[in-house]
Ligand binder design. Structure first.
Ligand SMILES: CC(=O)N[C@@H](CCC[C@H](N)C(=O)O)C(=O)O
Length: 375
């Protein structure tokens, strides 16, 4: 098997075993078993919860460059009909983390056979989709001991063709906060609504009101998003619901707008409690800091790719996606970029099927970049 096919096979193996945040036990075991099959003289591995830190030791290191790959899957039932579809019912690598890991293993395999100058750190991070592994990993003793001078990461981009990368200096991804609202009223017989406080009606009304935060409370030039992705409530068709739950996410382009949006949400929820005579509890779940790319390093990387590879380099707009890699970039200079993978279906879709030829493209690009940086 040539090396490109080998890394595609690794991606397929990982694609079969998606696991959600901090449950990535089989994934960690797969990564470890692959890493242990490589020459061990210059490599050091530390487990961290379900993630890993992997260091390739340089001969005369004067810096450490880190590459971060997230490793968790999503609670989505795969609908691709691919022969290597998820074997874990109700879970799927629908955000490309199988690609991110295969690329990291490809880089390690290519670089571990020779003596490199600097240290390289590969961070296999759990729980990017939630509750967030980057922040606690940054605080870990392992990270403190191997603290890098710069860090980079990529994210697959189904909307760009293979052979394309896209990024920008400064803000790339939004600030995010999960949003859970539990409503509790008085249930009862469907035929006697006047004796109840119907939480289905309260929930529907609140969902509509929440959209006015975006349309009426946020500066239109400072975009924000509130998405309610799930509503649950009630028991059967002829009982008025005593409970309802909204589950969603908030996205803003600055931490300040996040505060404004949350203040307004809290006011509307108080209004719902008063208006529908119910009790409401808000839980913000996990929150991610914006992904803010280091200007000089990003522009150097973009110029490097333009001048030294045949990749198409696009300066893209910021996106409302979130990434806890933002916490790493808050502490360590570096950048994230989109890797074109050309799929008809987007991220978080049950039919996402990125083009696997992008794996080798990314390995070649990053390896060249690391050599250009003197590694
Ligand atoms: C790249 C990507 O899709 N990231 C996720 C991060 C999720 C953060 C958190 N669970 C939330 O929903 O707020 C995204 O949905 O953007």
């Amino acid at each position: 098997m040539n090396t490109a096919n080998q890394y595609i096979q690794i991606r397929r193996d990982l694609h079969k075993i998606p696991e959600i945040g901090f449950q990535e036990f089989k994934t960690q075991a797969y990564l470890l078993s692959y890493l242990q099959s490589l020459p061990q003289e210059h490599i050091e591995i530390k487990k961290w919860k379900t993630g890993l830190f992997v260091k390739i030791k340089g001969i005369m290191p004067d810096k450490t460059i880190a590459y971060r790959a997230d490793i968790d899957g999503l609670p989505i039932t795969e609908n691709t009909n691919l022969p290597f579809s998820s074997e874990h019912e109700g879970m799927m690598h629908a955000c490309g983390h199988d690609f991110h890991m295969a690329i990291a293993l490809g880089l390690i395999s290519n670089l571990v056979h020779e003596r490199i100058n600097d240290d390289l750190l590969f961070i296999f991070q759990p729980a990017e989709e939630g509750p967030g592994g980057a922040e606690p990993m940054l605080e870990s003793d392992e990270m403190k001991e191997w603290w890098p001078d710069m860090v980079l990461a990529l994210h697959i981009a189904p909307e760009y063709p293979v052979g394309t990368i896209a990024t920008r200096e400064g803000l790339l991804f939004a600030n995010t906060s999960e949003l859970f609202i539990d409503l509790k009223g008085k249930g009862g017989h469907a035929a006697y609504p006047h004796q109840t406080n119907d939480m289905i009606i309260a929930a529907c009304s609140l969902v509509s009101q929440l959209q006015t935060v975006i349309s009426r409370n946020v500066d239109p030039l400072d975009s924000s998003v509130i998405t309610i992705g799930k509503i649950t409530g009630g028991t059967v068709q002829n009982i008025i619901a005593e409970n309802a739950r909204l589950e969603g996410t908030i996205r803003t382009l600055s931490p300040e707008s996040m505060k404004i949006v949350k203040n307004r949400i809290e006011s509307l929820v108080k209004g719902t409690e008063a208006g529908f005579q119910c009790e409401a509890v808000i839980d913000y779940g996990s929150m991610y800091h914006q992904v803010y790319n280091h200007s000089a390093l990003t522009s150097e990387f973009m110029k490097f790719a333009e001048n030294n590879t045949d990749m198409e380099v696009i300066e893209c707009r910021e996106a409302m996606t979130g990434e806890d890699f933002g916490y790493m970039l808050k502490e360590i200079p570096g950048f994230m970029f989109w890797l074109g993978t050309n799929s008809e279906y987007g991220l978080h879709h049950a039919k996402l099927n990125p083009s696997e030829s992008a794996i080798d493209v990314a390995i070649t690009l990053i390896e060249k970049y690391l050599r250009y940086k003197g590694v």
